[in-house]
Design a protein around this ligand. Structure first.
Ligand code: PGA
Length: 250
């Protein structure tokens, strides 16, 4: 049985005060959704405060990005060992905003995935097609290529501690969610790709759906056999909405 993971990607939002309040709200309802693993992903500068507030609770935390290099002259970057310093369980790699706005290639994403594993931070690998790619019928080719870059570099065994998030780019922040059927189809494709290499492991890997997940559509999505949780942007900035999504996964 795969335990569901509901992950809140806060992106570049929040302040010291608003984050404290948001976490208070989440902590207040966490016991009710204990069947689900709850994780939050604040901007780097708030990781210390988030760690302090969440230590000893059931809610875990991670980072939205990291550098593929270990240390050195990389101005503005944050390394995996720094994330370890703040006891991050997870790090998101290859989010579509990183890929499109900051030019991260499949290879760079694979290197970040490798760098995270090297220091024991579990990567959440994001994959997903654009609207144009979906309309051209190349969704599986795109997702397969994004996955293959990591498999080629790190091998199937590296997914034992990793999570995959399928996030159709056209559904992110648009209010336009993939139907549960559309999402399930791609999730099943991803699992089948992994199963070609290691069926037992493929069965254990959690594959999250992301893209305009909210309380009102979460139950239907999370009920699908290959959807093991959600990577939530906008709705994760509101404790009630975030908890409603988690509740749907219980
Ligand atoms: P959204 O973002 O829920 O606001 O669509 C999801 C994501 O980018 O991870």
């Amino acid at each position: 049985m795969r335990r569901k993971l509901v992950a809140g990607n806060w992106k570049m939002n929040g302040s010291t005060g608003s984050i404290r309040e948001l976490l208070q709200g989440i902590l207040g309802g966490a016991a009710e959704v204990a069947a689900v693993e709850l994780a939050v992903f604040p901007p780097f500068v708030y990781l210390g405060a988030v760690e302090q507030q969440l230590s000893g609770s059931a809610v875990i935390w991670g980072a939205q990005n990291m550098c593929d290099q270990g240390s050195g002259a990389y101005t503005g970057e944050v390394s995996g060992s720094m994330l370890n310093d703040f006891h991050c369980t997870y790090v998101i790699v290859g989010h579509s905003e990183r890929r499109t706005l900051y030019g991260e290639s499949d290879q760079v994403v694979a290197q970040k995935f490798a760098a995270a594993r090297k220091v024991g931070v579990k990567p959440i690998l994001c994959v997903g097609e654009t609207l144009d790619e979906r309309e051209r019928g190349v969704t599986e080719a795109v997702v397969g290529r994004q996955l293959k870059a990591v498999l080629d570099l790190e091998g199937i065994g590296s997914f034992a501690d990793a999570v995959i998030a399928y996030e159709p780019v056209w559904a992110i922040g648009t209010g336009r969610t993939a139907t549960s059927g559309q999402a399930q189809e791609v999730h099943a494709f991803i699992r089948a790709k992994l199963a070609e290499l290691d069926p037992a492991l493929a069965n254990k890997v959690r594959i999250l759906y992301g893209g305009s997940v909210k309380g009102s559509n979460a139950a239907e999505l999370l009920a699908m056999p290959d959807i093991d949780g959600g990577l939530v942007g906008g709705a994760s900035l509101d404790a009630k909405d975030f908890l409603a999504i988690a509740k749907a996964g219980c």
